[in-house]
Design a protein around this ligand. Structure first.
Ligand code: BTN
Length: 251
């Protein structure tokens, strides 16, 4: 693994490989609490047995088939209102890489990665350790369905199902980490407009009328996201609504 990730400057220089663990996010968070892990480190496993997803969901992944890893960053150069840009660069790095394998890859706000027709290929769970000054560390958990071909839940797919090929998981990790590093450097240089434009270019349902639910079901059109990462959905009556996580569902 050390050799495999030698294409980056600082991300992935320290790789903690575990044959099995409950959750790479939990492992990274625990090591941060014990001050045993530095920025740029990666925790990766072949068999994640209690993977966690957004909104308290579980993340299921068959052992030895997929990619499940977490990386530790220290984005203390971002003020709270800029923090969604971290989500954006991670989603962008993932969607851009997966687009090299299959077309029609999209980001479903805030950071699900899906194939337009066949469903979800990847998920991202970002967890922050906060101090008085703001974010001290971020743990970026990424799960990608690569070679698994059967799933217990609907609307889920994998790169193998999409391409018909078994893929080299470590090669994908190597490319992904290099892509994240490149965008993280752009983020440090505060290239906010460019990042947002690129994120929007992959955004699922942007500018399309579709069905959503907040307190009731409604027809809406996504117009973009605001500075705090809330999604802007226009209703048929012309009102502009802004939703945070858990406040709106895509139907
Ligand atoms: C989601 O779509 O709900 C987010 C899924 C995130 C899954 C990854 S797999 C590696 C890391 N460890 C976890 O427990 N979760 C994330």
């Amino acid at each position: 693994m050390y050799k495999i990730l030698a294409n980056t400057v600082f991300l992935g220089k320290d790789v903690i490989y575990l044959t099995e663990c409950h959750s790479t996010n939990d492992e990274a968070l625990e090591r941060l609490r014990r001050r045993e892990i530095a920025e740029g480190s990666i925790v990766i496993t072949d068999n994640q047995t209690k993977g966690r997803g957004q909104r308290g969901n579980i993340w299921l992944s068959h052992g030895g088939m997929n990619i499940t890893f977490s990386l530790v960053l220290q984005p203390n150069f971002l003020v709270p209102s800029e923090q969604f840009y971290l989500n954006m660069i991670i989603s962008l790095s993932v969607v851009e890489l997966l687009s090299d394998y299959s077309k029609d890859m999209k980001i479903k706000w805030p950071n699900d990665i899906l194939h337009l027709k066949d469903g979800k290929v990847g998920g991202i769970l970002i967890e922050n350790i906060i101090n008085q000054k703001g974010i001290e560390h971020s743990v970026i958990g990424i799960g990608l369905n690569i070679n698994q071909t059967s799933f217990d839940i609907p609307k889920v797919t994998s790169l193998k199902l999409l391409t018909g090929q078994n893929l080299d998981r470590w090669e994908i990790v190597r490319l992904l980490v290099a892509g994240i590093e490149r965008r993280y450097i752009a983020l440090k240089k505060r290239e906010f407009n460019k990042i947002k434009t690129e994120y929007l270019s992959y955004l699922y349902r942007l500018g399309e009328w579709s069905t959503y639910s907040d307190v009731g079901i409604f027809e809406g059109k996504i117009n973009g996201i605001d500075e705090n990462g809330k999604i802007n959905i226009e209703k048929r009556d012309g009102s502009q609504c802004f939703y945070g996580l858990k406040e709106v569902a895509f139907l």
